[in-house]
Design a protein around this ligand. Structure first.
Ligand code: M6R
Length: 608
């Protein structure tokens, strides 16, 4: 998704902005640009990578100045062209702005501005906002921004500068994340902490309708009606090392290998083995409500939804609470029924996904107790839920989510045991679950050791354009996750589904040599999965099975086997997903794709 970096201070802005843009590259973008104030306004934009923008700046001698803003654009309104790239400006007033989000009423505003004589050079909704601020400008940038934002509907995070006020930077937010990093005599505004931490660890996340006017001497925080808002400054829990590639070739690869450590961090201090219970400080104030909960709705998108689906199974199976997992994008618009005692759990790595946030709001408005299962500390979802449990898996930069998935499943299993122990589970039973849970990081390590073998298997099949991923019970969501991983980075068409569903139509797709990945670990439905495997092979399909170590018999029934260590079934997705992540990673590398910058994808989807 689009990225914003802006700076006001005493240092040269250009290198700092470029470095910030590079830190935001992982979010996905198709063009980039920056503007710097130095007597006048200087703008440079380029299609493609930040490196193209750098080249262009070099060819033109670069831009001097200590106040500026920069942007990576992910096209929504208008194609990928230099004219559509940000920053956008209003020449009459000398106003220049970068924007993340979508201005929904841009068309009406554009007509109004055209009638006033404004001439547009791009197809974007952002240029409309720049012109609107310019139209309303009467010598005070902060006031003009507030006035313009009172007229717009939609989502925005913006940073704005003006030729006539060269020592002022104004930023604002509604629905799209934005942070003000607070240094000494300098401020770095960014849509993501990763562009700030090299300069300061003190930051102020903006709330919806917050407008902040920044000078080198300080800042003023207000809302769009100019009512002062007291600033909430937080410490960023992110260090530079965590967001560097180190010895790895790709962030996705790094994050796959970080999973054992990520899980250990996730469990640390949360498992009280002797008492046979789970300690979740974030939930303790709501323990009573959770014990009495009548229903749990888990919601999210993409990978987060797949983790939520596993949470649904665990909550019903172990804590005996009616539960359901739903796409946030559907939940938010379907007039849902929220009875007394309903708990909604928003699952999200970024904590900024627009649909998940909207579903959460809808559930809260209807009286649900809201919990967040979120990775990014201080993110919007983490701030807007009543309580929550952080994943603690560290920053996830790779667009394809990996360690966040195992972290989400791990946290949902902790929440399940937290509730189960208080409702239906004895201390001894709970202790046995916790013992199993604690073995997972080492077992993940054992699966990772098989990366070379997984690569070889992948090599044999990665020229095929259609794959199936099939599983049952707890590993049906794992099958969905395997298919999602493969398609998003290798661009191979893959479908995930419950193994039993295959017979209801998709079996027609199976032809000679079509790869079908089965999650066939030992569990309640093992025999049924084996029957489905036979059906695929009878039609010429080639089966790659993810099976339990020690299951030698399965080798006689499939083309390839990838083994995972034995584990109690509800916890198995944290192991069975690992070979699928590695297969997707290897397939993308073999096919020559940029694993960390998959086409058309954004790390965090902050628009509908
Ligand atoms: O930040 P979130 O977890 O809310 O993001 C949800 C999805 O956009 C995300 O999981 C997406 O599906 C990933 N690209 C999957 O790898």
């Amino acid at each position: 998704m689009c990225g914003i970096v802006a700076y006001i201070g005493k240092k040269p802005a250009q290198p700092l902005l470029i470095e910030g843009l590079k830190r935001l590259e992982y979010r996905g973008y198709d063009s980039a640009g920056l503007a710097i104030l130095n007597g006048g306004l200087n703008v440079c934009r380029a299609v493609g990578r930040v490196a193209n923008l750098e080249d262009k700046l070099e060819q033109t001698g670069g831009l001097q100045g200590t106040v500026g803003l920069a942007h990576t654009r992910w096209a929504t309104h208008g194609g990928v062209t230099e004219m559509n790239a940000h920053p956008h400006r209003d020449d009459k007033s000398g106003i220049c702005l970068v924007h993340n989000g979508i201005i929904e009423n841009y068309s009406v505003l554009k007509t109004y501005l055209q009638e006033k004589g404004h001439v547009f050079t791009s197809e974007t909704d952002t240029e409309v906002l720049a012109m609107l601020i310019g139209e309303l400008y009467e010598g005070d940038l902060e006031k003009a921004v507030q006035a313009a934002l009172r007229e717009v509907t939609g989502a925005y995070a913006i940073a704005v500068i003006c030729e006539k006020e060269p020592d002022v930077l104004v930023c604002a937010r509604k629905g799209s994340p934005l942070l003000v990093g607070i240094g000494s005599g300098e401020y770095v505004v960014a849509s993501d902490a990763s562009a700030i931490v090299a300069h300061t660890t003190q930051a102020m996340p903006l709330d919806d309708y917050n407008v902040v006017r920044i000078t080198r001497e300080g800042f003023r925080s207000s809302d769009i009606h100019d009512v002062e808002v007291s600033p909430k400054v937080m410490q960023l829990e992110l260090d530079l090392e965590q967001i560097e590639l180190g010895r790895f070739e790709h962030y996705m690869q790094k994050e796959i290998y970080e999973q054992p450590t990520a899980l250990r961090n996730c469990f640390r201090g949360r498992i009280a083995m002797e008492e046979g219970k789970v300690v979740l400080g974030g939930l303790s104030a709501y323990a009573k409500e959770l014990v009495r909960a009548g229903r749990v709705i888990l919601t999210g998108q993409g990978t987060a939804l797949h983790a939520a689906m596993i949470g649904e199974y665990m909550l019903e199976d172990l804590a005996k609470i009616p539960a359901c997992a739903e796409y946030a994008s559907e939940f938010r618009y379907r007039n849902p029924i929220i009875e007394d005692g309903t708990v909604v759990i928003a699952v999200s790595q970024s904590g900024e996904t627009a649909d998940t946030l909207a579903a959460l709001e809808e559930a809260k408005d209807r009286g649900a107790l809201s919990l967040g299962v979120v990775n990014v500390v201080g993110s919007t979802i983490s701030r807007q839920t009543d309580a929550g449990v952080y994943l603690r898996v560290g920053p996830e930069i790779g667009v394809a989510s990996t360690k966040a998935f195992v972290g989400q499943v791990a946290v949902l299993s902790l929440i399940t045991l937290f509730m189960a122990r208080r409702r239906v589970m004895s201390a001894d039973q709970c202790a046995r679950w916790l013992e199993q849970l604690q073995t997972i990081p080492d077992k993940v390590e054992r699966v990772l050791e098989q990366s070379d073998r997984i690569k070889k298997v992948t090599e044999r099949y990665c020229d095929r354009e259609n794959w199936l991923f099939l599983g049952r019970g707890y590993n049906y969501p794992t099958a969905l996750e395997g298919a999602l991983k493969l398609k998003e980075i290798s661009y191979i068409h893959a479908e995930g589904m419950p193994a039993a569903e295959m017979k209801h139509g998709p079996i027609a797709l199976i032809n000679e040599g079509m790869p079908a990945v089965f999650i066939a670990n030992k569990g309640r439905q093992y025999d049924k999965v084996m029957s489905n495997i036979a059906e695929v092979r009878a039609r010429g399909g080639h089966v790659i099975a993810v099976a339990t170590e020690g299951d030698e018999e399965i080798k006689r029934h499939v083309e390839e086997v990838l083994y995972v260590p034995e584990i109690i079934e509800p916890l198995s997705p944290m192991l069975t997903v690992i070979p699928l992540q590695l297969m997707a990673y290897h397939a993308a590398v073999i096919r020559g794709h940029d694993v960390d910058k998959p086409r058309n994808l954004a790390k965090s989807v902050t628009v509908e």
